[in-house]
Write a protein that binds this ligand. Structure first.
Ligand code: SAH
Ligand code: SF4
Length: 365
């Protein structure tokens, strides 16, 4: 009968409150539940000792708490861990845990595959099936915490940062992505700082405009090209929302945001001989001249069937220097977990394909 029971992990904090009110309970019950689930990792109502016995029984009848199960785990020599989670129907999504000295980052997926189909991305090349539900998104953080956080595992510290840079385009799954950020930020749940939760987008301009001033987490824009002609090929959604329109929307978003400290992160994958020349670095510098930003250079991570190559260290360095000399804040992202195909753009999961072109089309007002 689990199908008829509400999965509490599918409810945003507000919906959780409404659920308890509908049971004739006080709103603060929802705070207690959020704590049990997301701070203590408890999913059995019987263990929730600060709830009345009759409420626990009622919850058992009407509700359940379920996250997708981890079905495989791969550990990289550098400490990175990749998990695959079973979301039913033979499909898998992946998340990646990246431990560092000063922070522990979890990279989560928001869709099964991705409809944007960027030319260089393994996820995009694998096709698209559907949006993840809220419990499937927040369940990735819950499962990872079960292994590295809740259990007080001495080897790891809890997750401090969450980036939506796994499989999928977060802004094409807006409702569930926003609810997930609310749980990540809630003091009763993961209580992360808004600066430590990042939505990375290929540039869905009208959605960025729509959430400006309403959603406040860090924003990263996957730019990858200094002009529309090249970006149209690498990031096909650019044909709908060209660079100008996207940068205007990004500007509105960061102007209304505290989480970004006034600056957006620009991601730029370096593809050998395609977008990594010195002329392109100069063009990028003039494009971004007026935009408060920091630039994150990501040398391409190779994967099967890709015609692209990673540039030499020397080429990367020259591109980097050119931007630095023009006064930009620039970082080179180190490759983590590539021995287990866990680096940026290497996630494939297991996607049953479906044509879903209208997913992108429908975002146009
Ligand atoms: N869909 C969102 C978030 C997921 S992709 C987006 O595109 O922003 C996360 C980042 O990895 C993006 O900047 C993406 O362009 C980059 N990426 C994709 N494939 C890559 C590859 N093969 N090598 C390096 N980075 C890649
Ligand atoms: Fe989708 Fe991002 Fe990959 Fe592009 S880079 S196909 S938007 S996951």
């Amino acid at each position: 009968m689990t199908e008829n029971k509400v999965n509490l992990m599918d409810l945003s904090p507000k919906e959780m409150t409404e659920f308890f009110v509908s049971l004739g309970e006080k709103p603060f019950r929802s705070q207690q539940l959020l704590r049990w689930i997301y701070q203590f990792g408890v999913t059995d109502f019987a263990e929730m000792t600060n709830l009345r016995k009759d409420l626990r029984v009622k919850l058992q009848e009407k509700a359940r708490i379920a996250a997708p199960e981890i079905v495989s785990e791969q550990r990289s020599a550098d400490g990175t861990i990749k998990w695959a989670l079973d979301i039913g129907d033979g499909q898998l999504v992946e998340s990646v845990f990246i431990p560092e000295e000063s922070r522990n980052t979890l990279c989560i997926s928001t869709q099964v595959g991705c409809p944007v189909k960027c030319a260089f991305c393994r996820t995009g090349q694998g096709g698209f099936n559907r949006n993840l539900t809220l419990s499937e998104i927040i369940g990735q953080v819950f499962r990872a915490e079960t292994i590295v956080g809740f259990s007080n595992n001495e080897e790891y510290k809890p997750i401090s940062n969450v980036v939506m840079m796994g499989m999928g385009e977060p802004l094409l799954n807006l409702k569930n992505v926003v609810a997930a950020t609310e749980i990540l930020l809630s003091d009763y749940a993961f209580a992360l700082s808004k600066r430590r939760v990042t939505i990375s987008t290929s540039g869905v301009a009208p959605i960025i405009e729509k959430i400006a001033g309403k959603v406040d987490v860090a924003l990263a824009l996957s730019l990858h090209a200094p002009n529309d002609e090249l970006r149209n090929k690498l990031v096909p959604i650019n044909q709908k929302y060209p660079i100008d329109e996207v940068l205007t929307a990004v500007r509105h978003y960061i102007d209304a945001s505290n989480a970004n400290c006034g600056r957006v992160t620009i991601e730029y994958v370096l593809l050998d001989g395609i977008n990594d020349g010195l002329e392109q670095a100069a063009e990028l510098a003039s494009l971004l001249r007026e935009l408060p930003c920091k630039i994150n250079l990501i040398p391409f991570n190779p994967h099967e069937d890709s015609p692209y190559r990673r540039p030499s260290g020397n080429r990367v360095e020259k591109f980097y220097r050119t931007l630095l000399d023009q006064g930009f804040t620039v970082m080179k992202r180190s490759t983590r977990g590539d021995d287990i195909s866990a680096a940026c753009g290497q996630l494939a999961g297991q996607v049953k394909n479906r044509m879903h072109e209208q997913e992108i089309a429908s975002t146009r007002r």
